[in-house]
Design a protein around this ligand. Structure first.
Ligand code: B16
Ligand code: MG
Length: 218
């Protein structure tokens, strides 16, 4: 076994942008007369923007032209961008810096592996860019989670073998992606949802630094 690498999902792991995605999708859903609850928003976690809109339209039983589809995609994203414009370091989820700082101090390579095309501006807003050796996001991948592409690119860029990578994910699709890349999956969220994760924690406050030390084999 070689050097270890850590890969972090963004939304739901490092920051809670899911609430802003929800508000922006809700605005569009209201406009289209499609009922949309926070529960339904669960299906949108870890899923690409395009796929989210397809799901929303399926929920409403709507079929639309490519042009209309693209207009709504832009509308949703512009709305979302207004929410993230106001983000700052206070939105980093509790105890995430504890883990990032520990790994940084021990020179463990770290990557971001997110489906979001807005990952870089969000990391900039919250001041976490310097922690990551590489940022692999929705602008780099052709296949969405549960396809392992995003994590495999991250591992290659970290120059760490996939089986030596540890992935932190809040979405089931992301856990599946990590598992099919033969990485160690750590679920952040509900044990009942993240059934396939090797380990599950409610959030980072439940993670003991000794656990990280062991995973990193320090
Ligand atoms: P954007 P993650 C994902 O981020 C979100 O969980 C998902 O809800 C969103 O639709 C997707 O990013 C695309 O985001 O519209 O910003 O490109 O969890 O993979 O960090
Ligand atoms: Mg996520």
């Amino acid at each position: 076994m070689g050097k270890k690498g850590f890969i972090f999902d963004l939304d739901g792991v490092i920051v809670d942008t899911a609430k802003y995605h929800y508000l922006a999708w809700k605005n569009l859903a209201d406009e289209l007369g499609i009922p949309f609850t926070e529960e339904q928003n669960e299906q949108f976690k870890g899923v690409s923007r395009k796929r989210c809109l397809e799901i929303l339209l399926e929920m409403g039983g709507l079929e639309v032209s490519q042009e209309q589809f693209n207009t709504w995609l832009v509308e949703k994203n512009n709305d979302y961008l207004e929410y993230i414009e106001k983000m700052n370091a206070s939105e980093i989820l509790p105890d995430v810096p504890k883990v990032l700082n520990y790994l940084k101090q021990h020179h463990v390579p770290m990557a971001l592996g997110s489906a979001s095309k807005n990952a870089k501006p969000i990391l900039k807003k919250v001041g976490l860019i310097p922690y990551f050796n590489t940022i692999v996001d929705g602008t780099h991948v052709t296949k969405a989670k549960p396809d392992p592409e995003v994590f495999l690119i991250a591992a290659a860029e970290l120059k760490v073998a996939p089986e030596d990578c540890i992935v932190f994910e809040d979405a089931l699709a992301g856990i599946e992606a990590a598992n099919s890349a033969e990485m160690i999956s750590v679920g952040i969220g509900d044990r009942a949802v993240l059934t396939e994760a090797k380990y599950v924690f409610k959030d980072f406050t439940e993670i003991d630094i000794n656990f990280i030390k062991q995973l990193a084999q320090l």
